[in-house]
Design a protein around this ligand. Structure first.
Ligand code: A3P
Length: 337
């Protein structure tokens, strides 16, 4: 599949050269952002993105878990993986006991950085569970056109920002650096759509539009609703993936077992025991994906002015779309705090 004609650059060399020619933003150091096809993206995932766009062949049976980073991806991966494979694994001896959810469901944007790993996905049997942080506009054409199912999870923008900032702190520490970006600076970049995977609003809208234009193709989940009703979410997830719980499974409590296996406390405890470096790039640890696992932590980080500014942007960007993300400050009460 690669161009190997003598004297000409290979596609891989071409992709690497293309990445270094793209507009660069270093305000989120050590993460370097490049503007690719109109979207700010982490440089680390760009060759993978280009390879995926060029070579990845989606199948109608694929199930793609899509999310903006820090929206509940880890949780969704754990739930989807354990639901889909539940007849193969007992809960007492489950792959999640020794693997991080990110090792159970590959991130296309990262794995496609190596053509060898991409061909491993190619060879995997149906149905394939794959994840991505790509905005809908950047998805490989084969995903857009093959009709495979998409499961999208989104989150309150204020909490997503806070989660990202803490995660960024872990990247800085794990890379042995000391300069953590001030929260106020990341806030400004977030408002200006200068984040890995671009604008949180455009990201959610891309999948929302696909949901409205192609009924039945997209299951649209919200992190806050998952927290409120994990079993209800799991039931919808299983039905959407084509493996609904049977009467017998309901009777013996299989959904409750999966919810408990994938709960924040359980996954975090397992991650602490696992205590290993994992992706991206072996920088993060199994623990890096767990922090508070709650809604509303923005109150501990954003001033009232910042919260109102973000709410205003959210309202403006989503106006007339039918999509809502989180709850504006004006609608929350002291009871929510
Ligand atoms: P916080 O930083 O607010 O705690 P992602 O998986 O997309 O990277 O998102 C990470 C966020 O999801 C983090 O939020 C993390 O704590 C939370 N999270 C991870 N696993 C979870 C789980 N099983 N249940 C609820 N939240 C979870």
């Amino acid at each position: 599949m690669e161009n190997t004609q003598e004297g000409l650059p290979t596609d891989q060399e071409f992709h690497h050269d293309l990445v270094s020619s793209l507009p660069l933003e270093e305000g989120m150091s050590p993460v370097r952002l490049r503007k690719y096809q109109g979207v700010w993206m982490s440089e680390y995932f760009l060759v993978g993105t280009m390879n995926a766009q060029r070579y990845f062949k989606s199948r109608p049976t694929d199930i793609l878990l899509a999310s903006y980073p820090k929206s509940g991806t880890t949780w969704l991966k754990a739930l989807a993986f354990s639901t889909m494979t539940r007849t193969r694994h007992s809960f007492g001896c489950h792959p999640l006991h020794h693997l991080n959810p990110h090792e159970c469901v590959p991130l296309l944007d990262e794995i496609a950085g190596s053509l060898e790993s991409l061909s491993e996905i190619d060879a995997a049997s149906d149905p394939r569970l794959i994840s991505t942080h790509l905005p809908f506009s950047l998805l490989p054409e084969s995903i857009k056109s093959c009709g495979c199912r998409l499961i999208y999870v989104c989150r309150e923008p204020k909490d997503t920002l806070v989660s990202r900032w803490h995660y960024h702190g872990k990247i800085v520490t794990n890379m042995g650096k000391s300069e953590v970006i001030p929260f106020e600076k990341m806030f400004d970049m977030f408002c200006d759509d200068i984040m890995p995977s671009g604008s949180i609003w455009e990201h959610a809208l891309g999948y929302w539009n696909e949901k409205t234009q192609t009924p039945g193709r997209v299951l649209f989940l919200k992190y806050e609703e998952m927290l409120e009703d994990p079993t209800g979410t799991l039931t919808r997830l299983a039905e959407f993936m084509g493996c609904p719980f049977t009467e017998e499974e309901l009777r013996v409590g299989v959904p409750a077992e999966i919810v408990s296996l994938c709960s924040f406390g359980n996954l975090r405890d397992l991650a602490v025991q696992q205590n290993r470096r994992i992706s991206p790039g072996g920088i993060m640890t199994t623990e890096s994906y767990y922090r508070k696992g709650a809604a509303g932590d923005w109150r501990n980080h954003l001033s009232p002015e910042m919260a109102e500014k973000l709410d205003r942007i959210t309202a403006k960007k989503l106006q007339g779309t039918g999509l809502t993300l989180g709850r504006p400050v004006s609608e929350t009460t002291a009871m929510d705090a």
